[in-house]
Design a protein around this ligand. Structure first.
Ligand code: UFG
Length: 329
Protein backbone atom coordinates (compact mmCIF):
# COMPACT_ATOMS: atom_id res chain seq x y z
CA UNK A 1 0.00 0.00 0.00
CA UNK A 2 1.17 3.53 -0.74
CA UNK A 3 0.03 7.06 0.05
CA UNK A 4 -0.60 9.55 -2.76
CA UNK A 5 0.40 13.10 -1.79
CA UNK A 6 -0.92 15.74 -4.18
CA UNK A 7 1.11 18.96 -4.11
CA UNK A 8 3.97 16.97 -2.57
CA UNK A 9 6.57 19.20 -4.25
CA UNK A 10 5.23 22.28 -2.44
CA UNK A 11 5.89 23.72 1.01
CA UNK A 12 3.60 21.69 3.25
CA UNK A 13 3.44 18.70 0.90
CA UNK A 14 7.23 18.24 0.88
CA UNK A 15 7.20 18.14 4.71
CA UNK A 16 4.39 15.56 4.55
CA UNK A 17 6.49 13.36 2.30
CA UNK A 18 9.32 13.37 4.86
CA UNK A 19 6.87 12.63 7.69
CA UNK A 20 5.52 9.62 5.78
CA UNK A 21 8.99 8.35 4.81
CA UNK A 22 10.12 8.74 8.44
CA UNK A 23 7.24 6.40 9.37
CA UNK A 24 8.28 3.84 6.75
CA UNK A 25 5.45 4.59 4.32
CA UNK A 26 5.63 4.09 0.58
CA UNK A 27 4.92 7.50 -1.00
CA UNK A 28 3.85 8.71 -4.44
CA UNK A 29 3.70 12.45 -5.19
CA UNK A 30 1.42 13.96 -7.82
CA UNK A 31 2.39 17.54 -8.63
CA UNK A 32 2.28 19.60 -11.81
CA UNK A 33 5.24 21.68 -10.56
CA UNK A 34 3.49 25.00 -11.13
CA UNK A 35 4.74 26.36 -7.80
CA UNK A 36 6.56 23.34 -6.34
CA UNK A 37 10.03 21.99 -7.17
CA UNK A 38 11.03 18.48 -8.21
CA UNK A 39 14.13 18.72 -5.99
CA UNK A 40 11.86 19.21 -2.97
CA UNK A 41 10.45 15.68 -3.32
CA UNK A 42 12.43 13.41 -1.02
CA UNK A 43 13.69 10.07 -2.27
CA UNK A 44 12.55 7.33 -2.40
CA UNK A 45 9.12 8.92 -2.95
CA UNK A 46 8.09 8.63 -6.60
CA UNK A 47 7.15 11.86 -8.41
CA UNK A 48 4.41 11.79 -11.03
CA UNK A 49 4.27 15.15 -12.83
CA UNK A 50 0.68 15.93 -13.73
CA UNK A 51 -2.63 17.48 -12.84
CA UNK A 52 -4.98 16.22 -10.12
CA UNK A 53 -7.89 16.58 -12.57
CA UNK A 54 -6.26 14.31 -15.16
CA UNK A 55 -8.43 11.37 -14.16
CA UNK A 56 -6.75 8.90 -16.52
CA UNK A 57 -3.33 9.67 -15.03
CA UNK A 58 -4.64 9.72 -11.45
CA UNK A 59 -6.56 6.45 -11.73
CA UNK A 60 -3.68 4.67 -13.49
CA UNK A 61 -1.32 5.90 -10.76
CA UNK A 62 -3.67 4.77 -7.98
CA UNK A 63 -3.93 1.31 -9.49
CA UNK A 64 -0.29 0.91 -10.51
CA UNK A 65 1.02 2.05 -7.10
CA UNK A 66 -1.65 0.37 -4.89
CA UNK A 67 -2.69 3.66 -3.29
CA UNK A 68 -4.88 3.24 -0.19
CA UNK A 69 -4.98 6.89 0.95
CA UNK A 70 -4.78 10.33 -0.60
CA UNK A 71 -3.44 13.41 1.18
CA UNK A 72 -4.54 16.36 -0.91
CA UNK A 73 -2.50 19.58 -0.70
CA UNK A 74 -2.45 20.71 -4.34
CA UNK A 75 -4.22 24.03 -4.77
CA UNK A 76 -3.91 27.80 -4.82
CA UNK A 77 -3.42 29.53 -1.48
CA UNK A 78 -3.18 33.32 -1.75
CA UNK A 79 -6.23 35.13 -0.39
CA UNK A 80 -5.89 38.46 -2.33
CA UNK A 81 -5.14 36.56 -5.54
CA UNK A 82 -8.42 34.65 -5.06
CA UNK A 83 -10.32 37.95 -4.80
CA UNK A 84 -8.85 39.06 -8.15
CA UNK A 85 -9.31 35.66 -9.84
CA UNK A 86 -12.23 33.84 -8.18
CA UNK A 87 -12.92 31.52 -11.11
CA UNK A 88 -9.28 30.46 -11.22
CA UNK A 89 -9.56 29.55 -7.51
CA UNK A 90 -12.84 27.68 -7.95
CA UNK A 91 -11.22 25.74 -10.81
CA UNK A 92 -7.98 24.85 -9.03
CA UNK A 93 -9.37 24.27 -5.56
CA UNK A 94 -12.95 23.11 -6.09
CA UNK A 95 -13.50 21.74 -9.60
CA UNK A 96 -10.19 19.87 -9.69
CA UNK A 97 -10.71 18.52 -6.17
CA UNK A 98 -14.06 17.18 -7.34
CA UNK A 99 -12.30 15.27 -10.13
CA UNK A 100 -9.74 13.88 -7.67
CA UNK A 101 -12.43 12.78 -5.20
CA UNK A 102 -14.31 11.09 -8.04
CA UNK A 103 -11.14 9.24 -9.06
CA UNK A 104 -10.72 8.11 -5.43
CA UNK A 105 -14.28 6.77 -5.31
CA UNK A 106 -13.99 5.05 -8.71
CA UNK A 107 -10.77 3.28 -7.77
CA UNK A 108 -11.90 2.37 -4.24
CA UNK A 109 -9.52 4.63 -2.28
CA UNK A 110 -11.36 4.94 1.05
CA UNK A 111 -9.12 7.33 3.00
CA UNK A 112 -8.79 10.99 2.09
CA UNK A 113 -7.10 13.82 4.01
CA UNK A 114 -7.80 17.35 2.87
CA UNK A 115 -5.88 20.54 3.43
CA UNK A 116 -8.53 23.04 4.49
CA UNK A 117 -8.13 26.43 6.09
CA UNK A 118 -9.14 28.71 8.94
CA UNK A 119 -10.36 31.02 6.15
CA UNK A 120 -13.61 28.96 6.19
CA UNK A 121 -14.55 30.87 9.39
CA UNK A 122 -14.03 34.39 8.00
CA UNK A 123 -13.83 36.77 10.94
CA UNK A 124 -14.82 34.72 13.98
CA UNK A 125 -17.28 35.98 16.59
CA UNK A 126 -14.90 34.97 19.37
CA UNK A 127 -11.49 33.38 19.93
CA UNK A 128 -10.39 30.65 20.24
CA UNK A 129 -12.41 29.37 17.28
CA UNK A 130 -13.96 25.93 17.61
CA UNK A 131 -15.05 23.76 14.69
CA UNK A 132 -18.67 24.59 15.60
CA UNK A 133 -18.18 28.26 14.75
CA UNK A 134 -20.41 29.38 11.82
CA UNK A 135 -18.70 28.96 8.45
CA UNK A 136 -18.60 32.34 6.74
CA UNK A 137 -15.60 32.58 4.43
CA UNK A 138 -14.79 36.10 3.30
CA UNK A 139 -12.74 35.28 0.21
CA UNK A 140 -13.11 33.02 -2.82
CA UNK A 141 -10.11 31.12 -1.40
CA UNK A 142 -12.02 30.27 1.78
CA UNK A 143 -15.19 29.47 -0.15
CA UNK A 144 -13.32 27.25 -2.61
CA UNK A 145 -11.95 25.18 0.29
CA UNK A 146 -15.29 25.07 2.12
CA UNK A 147 -17.00 23.77 -1.03
CA UNK A 148 -14.48 20.93 -1.16
CA UNK A 149 -15.16 20.11 2.50
CA UNK A 150 -18.87 19.88 1.64
CA UNK A 151 -18.20 17.61 -1.34
CA UNK A 152 -16.19 15.34 0.93
CA UNK A 153 -18.98 15.30 3.53
CA UNK A 154 -21.57 14.27 0.95
CA UNK A 155 -19.26 11.75 -0.72
CA UNK A 156 -18.59 10.09 2.64
CA UNK A 157 -22.35 9.83 3.23
CA UNK A 158 -22.93 8.14 -0.13
CA UNK A 159 -19.88 5.88 -0.54
CA UNK A 160 -17.50 3.64 1.37
CA UNK A 161 -15.22 6.62 1.94
CA UNK A 162 -14.01 8.56 4.99
CA UNK A 163 -12.11 11.83 5.13
CA UNK A 164 -10.34 14.18 7.49
CA UNK A 165 -10.39 17.90 6.70
CA UNK A 166 -7.75 19.81 8.63
CA UNK A 167 -8.32 23.54 8.91
CA UNK A 168 -4.90 25.15 9.00
CA UNK A 169 -4.17 28.36 10.85
CA UNK A 170 -0.88 30.13 9.97
CA UNK A 171 1.58 27.49 8.87
CA UNK A 172 5.26 28.43 9.10
CA UNK A 173 8.76 27.22 9.96
CA UNK A 174 10.76 24.47 8.32
CA UNK A 175 11.84 20.89 8.91
CA UNK A 176 14.14 21.00 12.00
CA UNK A 177 16.71 18.89 10.08
CA UNK A 178 16.44 21.40 7.17
CA UNK A 179 15.65 18.63 4.69
CA UNK A 180 12.95 20.90 3.25
CA UNK A 181 11.35 24.28 3.92
CA UNK A 182 9.33 27.00 2.27
CA UNK A 183 10.88 27.68 -1.12
CA UNK A 184 7.90 29.41 -2.76
CA UNK A 185 8.87 32.36 -4.93
CA UNK A 186 7.14 35.67 -4.18
CA UNK A 187 5.76 34.38 -0.87
CA UNK A 188 3.44 36.74 1.02
CA UNK A 189 3.26 35.02 4.43
CA UNK A 190 4.50 37.03 7.38
CA UNK A 191 7.24 34.79 8.82
CA UNK A 192 8.64 33.98 5.37
CA UNK A 193 8.67 37.68 4.40
CA UNK A 194 10.31 38.70 7.70
CA UNK A 195 12.99 35.99 7.33
CA UNK A 196 13.66 37.05 3.73
CA UNK A 197 14.15 40.61 4.98
CA UNK A 198 16.40 39.50 7.85
CA UNK A 199 18.62 37.57 5.41
CA UNK A 200 18.88 40.51 2.99
CA UNK A 201 16.63 39.18 0.20
CA UNK A 202 14.36 42.19 0.65
CA UNK A 203 15.48 45.70 1.55
CA UNK A 204 12.54 46.19 3.95
CA UNK A 205 9.16 44.80 4.87
CA UNK A 206 5.77 46.28 5.65
CA UNK A 207 3.35 46.00 8.56
CA UNK A 208 -0.13 46.07 7.09
CA UNK A 209 -2.11 48.16 9.57
CA UNK A 210 -1.20 49.17 13.13
CA UNK A 211 -4.56 50.60 14.17
CA UNK A 212 -6.48 47.37 14.82
CA UNK A 213 -8.26 46.85 18.15
CA UNK A 214 -5.51 44.56 19.54
CA UNK A 215 -2.85 44.91 22.23
CA UNK A 216 -0.33 46.62 19.93
CA UNK A 217 -2.63 47.56 17.05
CA UNK A 218 -1.51 44.76 14.68
CA UNK A 219 -3.38 41.59 13.67
CA UNK A 220 -3.12 38.44 15.77
CA UNK A 221 -2.63 34.93 14.33
CA UNK A 222 -2.02 31.38 15.51
CA UNK A 223 1.35 30.39 13.99
CA UNK A 224 1.81 26.62 13.74
CA UNK A 225 5.07 24.85 12.91
CA UNK A 226 4.79 22.91 9.65
CA UNK A 227 6.29 19.76 11.24
CA UNK A 228 3.55 19.67 13.91
CA UNK A 229 0.99 20.23 11.15
CA UNK A 230 2.14 17.30 9.00
CA UNK A 231 2.31 15.11 12.10
CA UNK A 232 -1.42 15.80 12.62
CA UNK A 233 -1.97 14.49 9.07
CA UNK A 234 -0.02 11.34 9.85
CA UNK A 235 -2.15 10.75 12.95
CA UNK A 236 -5.27 11.36 10.84
CA UNK A 237 -4.05 8.74 8.35
CA UNK A 238 -3.54 6.18 11.12
CA UNK A 239 -7.01 6.97 12.49
CA UNK A 240 -8.70 6.55 9.11
CA UNK A 241 -6.87 3.27 8.45
CA UNK A 242 -8.05 2.04 11.86
CA UNK A 243 -11.65 2.67 10.81
CA UNK A 244 -12.13 6.11 12.37
CA UNK A 245 -14.99 8.02 10.80
CA UNK A 246 -14.85 11.31 8.97
CA UNK A 247 -13.62 14.30 10.94
CA UNK A 248 -12.80 17.92 10.53
CA UNK A 249 -10.42 19.59 12.95
CA UNK A 250 -8.55 22.85 13.43
CA UNK A 251 -4.77 22.82 13.27
CA UNK A 252 -3.32 25.56 15.44
CA UNK A 253 -1.85 25.84 18.94
CA UNK A 254 -4.58 27.92 20.57
CA UNK A 255 -2.47 31.03 21.20
CA UNK A 256 -1.92 34.17 19.19
CA UNK A 257 0.95 36.47 18.31
CA UNK A 258 0.69 39.93 16.77
CA UNK A 259 2.53 40.98 13.63
CA UNK A 260 4.89 43.06 15.81
CA UNK A 261 5.54 40.08 18.13
CA UNK A 262 6.62 38.08 15.08
CA UNK A 263 8.83 40.84 13.67
CA UNK A 264 10.50 41.40 17.08
CA UNK A 265 11.18 37.67 17.35
CA UNK A 266 12.70 37.52 13.86
CA UNK A 267 14.91 40.53 14.71
CA UNK A 268 16.01 38.97 17.99
CA UNK A 269 16.68 35.49 16.64
CA UNK A 270 18.50 36.77 13.52
CA UNK A 271 20.35 39.53 15.36
CA UNK A 272 19.39 41.92 12.52
CA UNK A 273 17.54 45.20 12.95
CA UNK A 274 15.98 45.28 9.46
CA UNK A 275 13.80 48.10 8.11
CA UNK A 276 10.06 47.86 8.75
CA UNK A 277 7.60 50.29 7.20
CA UNK A 278 4.12 50.94 8.62
CA UNK A 279 1.58 50.67 5.77
CA UNK A 280 -2.18 50.74 5.34
CA UNK A 281 -4.35 47.78 6.28
CA UNK A 282 -4.35 44.91 3.78
CA UNK A 283 -7.89 44.28 2.46
CA UNK A 284 -9.51 41.11 3.77
CA UNK A 285 -7.38 40.67 6.92
CA UNK A 286 -9.28 39.41 9.98
CA UNK A 287 -8.29 41.27 13.16
CA UNK A 288 -7.58 38.22 15.24
CA UNK A 289 -7.97 34.48 14.68
CA UNK A 290 -6.74 31.77 17.03
CA UNK A 291 -7.65 28.07 16.96
CA UNK A 292 -9.25 25.95 19.57
CA UNK A 293 -6.95 22.93 19.23
CA UNK A 294 -8.91 20.59 21.52
CA UNK A 295 -10.37 18.39 18.84
CA UNK A 296 -7.04 17.72 17.16
CA UNK A 297 -5.61 16.70 20.53
CA UNK A 298 -8.58 14.60 21.68
CA UNK A 299 -9.48 12.88 18.40
CA UNK A 300 -6.02 12.47 16.88
CA UNK A 301 -3.88 12.27 20.02
CA UNK A 302 -1.84 15.18 18.65
CA UNK A 303 1.10 16.27 20.82
CA UNK A 304 2.74 19.35 19.31
CA UNK A 305 6.54 19.39 19.62
CA UNK A 306 7.41 22.86 18.31
CA UNK A 307 4.98 25.30 19.94
CA UNK A 308 7.61 27.98 20.46
CA UNK A 309 7.79 31.09 18.28
CA UNK A 310 11.57 31.43 18.65
CA UNK A 311 12.09 27.86 17.54
CA UNK A 312 9.73 28.32 14.57
CA UNK A 313 11.55 31.48 13.52
CA UNK A 314 14.94 29.89 13.99
CA UNK A 315 14.01 26.99 11.67
CA UNK A 316 12.53 29.39 9.10
CA UNK A 317 15.67 31.56 9.20
CA UNK A 318 18.04 28.63 8.87
CA UNK A 319 16.05 27.37 5.88
CA UNK A 320 16.19 30.85 4.29
CA UNK A 321 19.97 30.84 4.66
CA UNK A 322 20.20 27.37 3.17
CA UNK A 323 18.00 28.43 0.25
CA UNK A 324 20.20 31.48 -0.37
CA UNK A 325 23.32 29.27 -0.48
CA UNK A 326 21.55 26.82 -2.78
CA UNK A 327 20.43 29.58 -5.17
CA UNK A 328 23.98 30.98 -5.34
CA UNK A 329 25.37 27.60 -6.46
N1 UFG B 1 1.51 40.78 7.24
C1 UFG B 1 2.24 41.96 7.28
N2 UFG B 1 3.27 42.10 6.42
C2 UFG B 1 3.61 41.14 5.49
C3 UFG B 1 2.86 39.94 5.45
C4 UFG B 1 1.81 39.80 6.34
O1 UFG B 1 1.95 42.86 8.09
O2 UFG B 1 4.55 41.34 4.71
C5 UFG B 1 0.40 40.59 8.20
C6 UFG B 1 -0.94 40.41 7.52
O3 UFG B 1 -1.53 41.65 7.20
C7 UFG B 1 -1.70 39.61 8.58
C8 UFG B 1 -0.61 38.76 9.24
O4 UFG B 1 0.62 39.40 8.91
O5 UFG B 1 -2.21 40.48 9.54
C9 UFG B 1 -0.57 37.33 8.72
O6 UFG B 1 -0.57 37.37 7.30
P1 UFG B 1 -0.18 36.12 6.39
O7 UFG B 1 -0.22 36.60 4.97
O8 UFG B 1 1.08 35.51 6.88
O9 UFG B 1 -1.33 35.07 6.66
P2 UFG B 1 -2.94 35.23 6.65
O10 UFG B 1 -3.36 35.28 8.09
O11 UFG B 1 -3.38 36.30 5.75
O12 UFG B 1 -3.37 33.89 5.94
C10 UFG B 1 -3.23 32.64 6.55
C11 UFG B 1 -3.07 31.59 5.47
C12 UFG B 1 -4.30 31.49 4.64
C13 UFG B 1 -5.49 31.26 5.54
C14 UFG B 1 -5.57 32.30 6.62
C15 UFG B 1 -6.66 31.97 7.57
O13 UFG B 1 -1.98 31.91 4.65
O14 UFG B 1 -4.16 30.40 3.75
O15 UFG B 1 -4.35 32.35 7.32
O16 UFG B 1 -6.71 32.84 8.64
F1 UFG B 1 -6.61 31.33 4.81
Amino acid sequence: MAVLVTGGAGYIGSHMVWELLDHGEDVVVLDRLSTGFDWAVAEPARLVVGDIADQKLVEETIERCSIDAIIHFAGSIIVPESVADPLGYYLNNTVKSRALIESAVRTGVRHFIFSSTAAVYGTPQANPVSEEEPLKPESPYGTSKLMTELMLRDTAAAHDFAYTALRYFNVCGADPKLRTGQSTKGATHLIKVACETATGKRPQMEVFGDDYPTRDGTCVRDYIHVSDLVNAHYLALERLRAGGGSLMANCGYGRGYSVLDVIDTVKRVSGTDFAVKRSARRPGDAVSIVASAERCVSKLGWKPQHDDLEEIVSHALRWEEKLARRNRL
